[in-house]
Design a protein around this ligand. Sequence first.
Ligand code: ACO
Length: 322
Amino acid sequence: MSFTITGTGSYLPGKVVTNDDLTAFLDTSDEWISTRTGIRARHVAAQETVTDMAVAAARAALEDSGSTPEQVDLILCATLAGEYITPSLGCMVQKELGAHCPAYDLNAACSGFLYALDAAAGYFARGRVKKVLVICAEAMTRLMDWTDRSTCVLFGDGAAAAVLEPGEDLLSIHLSAAGNNDALCIPHVNGNCPYSGYDRGPASLMMNGQEVYKFAVSAMSKGVEKVAEEAGISLEDIALVVPHQANMRILEAARKKLGMPAEKIASNIDQCGNTSAASLPILLDQLSRQGRLKKGDLLALTAFGGGLTTGACILRWAKEKK
Ligand code: ACO
């Protein structure tokens, strides 16, 4: 027993910031950002909290699946940072929805959706749940140093959710972690403990872009090959690869390694940038609502992120085409 996805939803903040907008305060250009990354604009949570975005995505997913909050047996949130260290984002969403189930967060950075799917599969395998709400929500723009042009141009904000119910549509899944805080890290804020002699440095994202780039291309292509083999399917059987959106050039290099045609790699990076854990499920929801997924399609989901973590799976799409 694994699960089937019966509903998806997403939320993108109303404020859109284009590459040209960034040139007002950064030494950058639309030409540099779009040719190096494929990003043209990103949504910024100017008013919304992470909880607001998570709740909006969750409501949309519940409606899409015809479910009510009272029916949900577990809320699992993947995020780098909710509003609070505690309560968790999961508990905040549970409160806002009026649900009555256990709720918690996990942090696997941009691979969070895959980690959450694997965790949820365990609850279904044990027969503990009938309906799980997986939510990925991130306000990456609040974790950036906005004077660092090499990182702040890459990220955006948003949330997405999926309702999972008993089924057999997760055909294979593989996760990995290679502990590393040199390629990418976001330190916690320094407290004001008078006894502490430890300085974590600035509480904003630091990244060695080229190191992450090399890791990502190999992780994405190897991840898809591995889960396809474990599911007993060939790469030709995959209807669509739905990847984490970090950089169009990473997607293109991974696609070439896999020898797949461009139309089989889904992307929305031009309008969303990198929204960490939320990026893959936002794209999945958009594809579903655009009618680009049909019942029975075999999808390859693949992601990599800080940690360094990776995740990939083969998922059979079971919803009727919209
Ligand atoms: N505008 C203009 N110039 C810039 C900008 C910018 N926004 N950013 C950097 N530059 C300059 C640099 O200063 C450098 O100038 P120099 O040659 O005079 O020193 C030049 O551009 C080249 O910089 P590189 O860092 O070598 O550029 P690169 O081609 O490697 O592209 C990028 C950088 C886009 C970050 C790329 O390495 C990348 O996408 N890496 C992967 C990042 C990623 O996937 N992150 C997500 C990780 S998962 C997670 O987020 C949790």
